[in-house]
Ligand binder design. Structure first.
Ligand SMILES: [Zn+2]
Length: 201
């Protein structure tokens, strides 16, 4: 059992990010048994869920003449456009059925505002609107986090960098993560996380 100042943060292990889903991450389902095994080691367990309203601004289908994976400029910066995914209340937004979600202490839902995406578990993509997770962790005495989940190069990456920026000690267990790897995004993410001070295992 890890000490009480350590939390496990499980990022977006949802049906739409697993094989067969709308935005499938290759081998995304293979991390589920590993995460299930890790849950017993941590006193503090936080899960996140990508949780979009229909017609979300991160969906290519919400923009005329745009295709999934095109880039656009949003008021808060560059944004990749995605296939419709993780729409609130749909089966695609549910956790993978084999993931043991009952032990979660807190489920953070993100990306629920129509006009702004949220990759990070800590801040929306404007990089200023907090999700509340920082306060939850601090008030529970957590100063060290281990991140696992989907996808390494997007939501895990942004969450890890934000956690480090906020002063948490951060480890990313890459054996329990899988990547989308869009135009070299996995290499860029690994470098950015290491530069931010995250330990990659
Ligand atoms: Zn999303």
């Amino acid at each position: 059992m890890r000490p009480k100042n350590e939390a496990l943060i499980v990022i977006d292990v949802q049906n739409d990010f697993c094989p067969g889903g709308a935005l499938a991450v290759p081998e995304g389902d293979q991390i589920v048994p590993l995460i299930n095994d890790m849950l017993g080691d941590f006193a503090v367990k936080v899960f996140t869920q990508d949780w979009h309203p229909a017609g979300h601004s991160s969906f290519a289908s919400s923009h005329a003449a745009k295709q999934p994976y095109d880039m656009i400029q949003m008021p808060y910066g560059a944004q990749v456009l995605w296939p419709d995914h993780c729409v609130q209340g749909t089966d695609g937004a549910a956790f993978h059925p084999d993931l043991r979600s009952d032990p979660a202490n807190l489920i953070i839902r993100k990306g629920f505002r129509l006009q702004v995406d949220s990759y990070s578990a800590f801040f929306e993509n404007d990089q200023t609107t907090p999700t509340g997770l920082e306060g939850y962790l601090r008030t529970r005495g957590v100063d060290t986090v281990t991140l696992v989940g989907l996808a390494t190069d997007f939501c895990v990456n942004y969450s890890a960098q934000d956690a480090a920026r906020l002063g948490f000690k951060v480890a990313v267990d890459l054996s329990a993560c899988r990547a989308i790897d869009l135009n070299g995004s996995l290499d860029q993410a690994r470098q950015a996380m290491e530069k931010a001070g995250c330990i990659l295992r």
